[in-house]
Design a protein around this ligand. Sequence first.
Ligand code: FAD
Length: 446
Amino acid sequence: MVMGLPSSVLIVGGGVFGLSTALSLSKRYPECRITLVEAASTIPNPHGSSVDTSRIVRADYANAAYAKLAATAIERWRGTDWGREGRYTQAGLLLVYPESSASAKEYARKSYENVRDIEGDKVVFLPTKRDILGVVPSYGETLDVAGGYVNWGSGWSDAEASVKYAKECLDRDGKVVFRTGEVERVIFEDRGAKPRATGVSLKDGSRIEADLVVLATGAWTPRLVDLRGKAVATGQAIAYIKISDEEQKELENLPTILNFATGIFIIPPRGNLLKIARHAFGYRNPTTVPVPGVAQTGETMQVSLPETDVPVPLEGEEAFRAALRQLLPRFVDRPFAGTRICWYTDTPNGDFIISYHPSYEGLFMATGGSGHGYKFFPVLGDKIVDAMEGTLDPELRALWEWTEATVPGPDASDLFYGDGSRSGERNSNLKDELAKTRKSTRGSAL
Ligand SMILES: Cc1cc2nc3c(=O)[nH]c(=O)nc-3n(C[C@H](O)[C@H](O)[C@H](O)COP(=O)(O)OP(=O)(O)OC[C@H]3O[C@@H](n4cnc5c(N)ncnc54)[C@H](O)[C@@H]3O)c2cc1C
């Protein structure tokens, strides 16, 4: 034991949750033996949810606890090495809602009140479309919004560069041992009431032992522990549009625009690439896998798991075209330079799961990012280590702790209410949508 924590810790997963845990743990417990195992051959992992051209960094939350934590993270993005060398750009966030969506308006109202308390005059209420066009004239008269607000204290971060930065910090400190390999399962020792996790076995047959196993495996976690009713992988659509040097100059300093009614957001371009994405209920990808646990019983379950290297289905592309028609009509017919499905690890209310597993000893969960975990990168590891020690602020513990009362059951797989910020269909199936896309493409070629 090193002062309350076990002397060897194995972190599985090298995204925001895993790397931030490794950074904080190695600082606070220099004697601890820490290993981080990642399935991808590189960190940054291009298929990981933490890696992309950009991620929004905002304290604009309807929930005050997240708003406060995000404000602390933003201080570090602004004032420390985290945000340097282009990793953080503070160009503002414009949150808009159309006439038709009462829930989007309500989210914006609560979020406005929370960030006004934090950022004061940097937050400006924009009660009409005319006020909004005053902030983003390039978006033009077709903009279909009723109101919103702008927060000049928010920004965005280069997500690939920041993951690379975190990895470089860890390499420089040299306290964490990195291994490449895909964990096939957690190994348990069955002794009495609560089985204990003693390590993991990898796909190549080797094993890594540790006193504490931390699963920071993002959207892939439902393969390693039974998360039915607790978390689900949902695929979210992203597309990139190539733009000219002049267009880059015109758009690069605009605030990010986020419409909570459609979930569509556009982050200002970098390197002549404009990103449009959708924060929605997302696609499910039901996959049959063995039920994880102490014994290999041969029992299987169906859970949604990530499918990488597939394009955005036609339905998603059409939603982007419709949004561009309203926001930036000049790009409506421009072909996408690329599209990608990025995977959220969604929990029923959008709260993270940062907690010991209630049914096993020696197993800690650091996941459930629910599409909003990235911005916390500079502070998340500290909170995760607080939760390991049992010193996490009660407010956050109440949001993130997994208690016996919420151990999932097999019938609970569809629970998902969200935090009020999602749009679109609730149970859209990725493979069905891709099949429809193929059919329609074949149809148009005939
Ligand atoms: C499209 C999209 C847009 C987003 N936008 C924002 C935003 O604007 N602002 C914001 O704050 N957040 C945003 N998020 C959310 C944020 O990016 C995520 O919450 C966060 O990156 C999740 O980090 P993670 O470490 O859990 O997952 P990941 O980065 O996916 O890391 C998990 C890692 O575990 C590895 N792994 C999985 N299984 C195994 C195994 N069996 N063995 C070994 N390794 C394994 C994977 O290879 C992966 O590298 C967005 C997410 C997406 C997908």
